[in-house]
Design a protein around this ligand. Structure first.
Ligand SMILES: Nc1ncnc2c1ncn2[C@@H]1O[C@H](COP(=O)(O)OP(=O)(O)O)[C@@H](O)[C@H]1O
Ligand SMILES: [Mg+2]
Length: 424
């Protein structure tokens, strides 16, 4: 895997809260790097204010991937000239537009005909953007997994840098957790746990012994949802090859997003897979609480989600204090405690005490199986009751039921979220 592509700079900027980042395309956390931590396979002496020409080695690499190389004019027509009303989202890299291409030929089609795509267009802000663009092509061009978004192709033409992905009809987890309005109904408990499991599987795949990639920018805006709420990681602009041999970490400049980056990484620049585990803990906490990692609009003492929530996570009777009250009684006390305790472990200050992502997957999977068992028990119980009413025999009540009925975990109080017209 192209270790020559491993230096990407995205500075942590504490003056922006993540909510600012999410809503404003101009205020992003990326800066141009002028340090010597550059691309070893790239041309040198390039000013950071202009997009560099493609070095020969990059051209050769791009040809080796199975990705389609689009022309700029093809993507312009696929997105109807990057129409503002087809913007799906904004990130630090640029804007993402909805477009259409023919499934077979991959050429631009009329809106509504063929396959829907998402086209990310780099803001023309120089070498930095080019690095992130190249990192995405490098990683997403080679890594394939049900919990990673599929990259279809790219455009590299003059100063233009674009990426073409499969379209994710339900957009980002960020929108579902934090956007208010009729398009975004609160996610149910079961869907939240499903999304957490899918995203955890994506990270566990990256960390696996064969791949060993550190994602480095795990946050809700980078978790996308398909029509079934299966989670897929997108935005590999900051991904980095993990340590090799007997090395414990890779040394980097500190990059990532304020509120999600692990404390030891912020302090030392030492990056390990456990930095991703910390970020996963932050996102799990956002999923459980419905609160943003950093929110300056909250009362004093509640701006930083981790600091505010940590004391409640391990106290069995207090876990409800941090749970999103829009969840109503959809979860069992046991499930909530397990999920909170998992978040607590992921957020351990000492990285070595955090679980590995495969262990996180195991816990979330078990949680889902327990919920499923509880649901089927509840169904069986209802059937037995009907039988008893018909034949006059009182069935033995399953032991779990009373607890579940108390907490109402078998009920789904909220309708499933409907897609925004943007994502239709
Ligand atoms: N494939 C996609 N399908 C639907 N929406 C997408 C897709 N890719 C990105 N988006 C939207 O655009 C936003 C920014 O995309 P992202 O890849 O994170 O860009 P950046 O690298 O600029 O941060 C996402 O949070 C999401 O709302
Ligand atoms: Mg992003």
């Amino acid at each position: 895997m192209g270790s020559c592509l491993s230096a990407r700079i995205k500075a942590v900027n504490p003056s922006y809260s993540t909510s600012t980042l999410a809503t404003s395309s101009g205020a992003n956390s990326k800066i141009s790097s002028k340090d010597g931590n550059g691309l070893s396979c790239s041309s040198s002496g390039v000013s950071s204010s202009s997009v560099p020409p493609t070095p020969r080695s990059e051209g050769v690499f791009l040809q080796l991937t199975n990705l389609k190389s689009f022309t700029f004019s093809e993507l312009r027509s696929a997105t109807r000239n990057f129409r503002p009303d087809s913007v799906l989202g904004e990130g630090g890299f640029g804007s993402v537009f909805k477009g259409w291409i023919d499934e077979q030929t991959l050429t631009a089609t009329k809106p509504g005909i063929g396959m829907v795509i998402a086209v990310k267009r780099l803001n023309q802000d120089g070498f930095q953007g080019h690095r992130e663009w190249l990192a995405e092509v490098n990683y997403l061009g080679q890594l394939h997994h049900p919990n990673l978004v599929k990259l279809i192709g790219y455009c590299l033409e003059d100063e233009h840098r674009l990426l073409v992905y499969e379209f994710m009809p339900r957009g980002s987890l960020e929108n579902h957790l934090f956007r208010r309005g009729s398009y975004f109904q609160p996610l149910s408990w079961n869907l939240r746990m499903k999304v957490a499991l899918g995203a955890a599987r994506g990270l566990a795949f990256l960390h696996g012994s064969e791949i060993k990639v550190i994602y480095r920018d795990f946050k809700t805006s980078n978790v996308l949802l398909d029509s079934n709420y299966s989670a897929k990681l997108s935005d590999f602009g900051l991904a980095k090859d993990g340590p090799t041999g007997d090395k414990s970490h890779v040394s980097t400049r500190v990059m990532g997003t304020y509120g999600y980056a692990a404390p030891e990484y912020l302090a030392t620049g030492h990056l390990t897979a456990k930095s991703d585990v910390y970020s996963f803990g932050v996102v799990l906490l956002e999923i459980l609480s419905g609160r943003r990692a950093v929110d300056k609009n909250r009362p004093p003492g509640e701006h930083n989600l981790v600091e505010w929530a940590r004391p409640y996570l391990t106290k069995k009777r207090k876990v409800f204090k941090i749970l999103d009250n829009r969840l109503g009684g959809q979860y069992s006390l046991e499930a909530a405690q397990k999920a909170a305790s998992l978040a607590f472990q992921c957020l351990a200050t000492d990285g070595r005490s955090r679980p590995r992502m495969d262990a996180v997957v195991a816990v979330l999977q078990q949680l889902q199986e327990t919920t499923r068992d509880a649901e089927s028990m509840s169904k069986k119980h209802a059937e037995q009751n009907m039988h008893a009413q018909s034949y006059g025999t009182a069935p033995k009540r399953p032991k779990m039921m009373s607890r579940l009925e108390e907490s109402g975990s078998a009920k789904v109080a909220y309708p499933r979220p409907s897609a925004s017209p943007l994502y239709e």
